[in-house]
Design a protein around this ligand. Structure first.
Ligand code: ATP
Ligand code: MG
Length: 209
């Protein structure tokens, strides 16, 4: 199963969700490969910041040939997560063509809702060749108890793309964990951030069945 985490907009949480989804799947005993398709190399930096054993394998592949190489690279893994780059359209296209599911992180802001049009268009173009390609929005950096968190779901409905029920709340633990190359569950195993990520992963598993 290949999941690309993509949005042309920068800073929406592609890397944060990629590493934590990968970690959660690993904790659930799947074999996970994280491909960093972003020339910025944020997932690779995350892995390099870590002391001790890696949780899962991370490789850098910021090339527009990911879709051609992924079958060979992914042998022996249950899940491949592709952390996509912002802005670079040919890389995003390749990451979409490589994927079974494209997850689109969006922040609860009108700017993010507008900016999502670009990636949705790329996905719709890819469906001409890949009919079975799935896609879904995931709301990230939701601020608890605000109407904007609820409204974003409605605003996104114009894109005819499902919005996952599981949201990820704005929490400082995501940055704290990243600084150490850790997943949030390693910092606070029973905490609310780890629970949100696990819920999201369970929902993704259901969604792709
Ligand atoms: N749920 C969250 N709560 C708090 N901070 C978050 C959350 N998600 C992401 N961040 C922070 O927001 C910033 C951007 O996140 P991240 O790097 O994951 O986004 P990105 O989409 O991968 O960015 P880029 O487009 O540059 O690759 C980081 O500083 C990260 O720690
Ligand atoms: Mg990133």
């Amino acid at each position: 199963m290949i999941i690309s985490v993509l949005n042309q907009k920068g800073g929406v949480g592609k890397t944060t969700l990629s590493v934590n989804i990968s970690a959660s799947l690993t904790r659930m005993e799947s074999r996970v490969l994280l491909i960093d398709a972003d020339p910025q190399g944020s997932s690779l930096n995350w892995a390099a910041a870590r002391e001790g054993e890696p949780l899962f394998t991370v490789i850098g592949l910021p090339r527009k040939t990911i879709h051609k190489e992924v079958a060979e690279i992914s042998k022996g893994f249950d899940y491949v997560i592709i952390d996509g780059p912002p802005r670079v359209t040919d890389l995003a296209r390749s990451a979409i063509m490589a994927a079974d599911l494209v997850l689109i992180p969006v922040q609860p802001s009108p700017y993010d809702v507008w900016a999502a049009e670009e990636v949705v268009t790329l996905i719709n173009e890819a469906r001409i060749y890949k009919e079975k390609l799935k896609s879904a929005f995931v709301v990230n950096r939701k601020i608890a108890n605000t109407a904007i968190g609820r409204d974003v779901g409605e605003a996104l409905s114009e894109y005819n793309t499902p919005v996952l029920r599981g949201c990820v709340t704005q929490r400082v633990i995501f940055a704290e964990a990243a600084a150490k190359g850790c997943a949030v569950y390693e910092i606070d195993p029973q905490g609310p951030a780890a629970k949100e990520i696990d819920n999201l992963v369970n929902e993704i598993k259901e969604f792709i069945q």
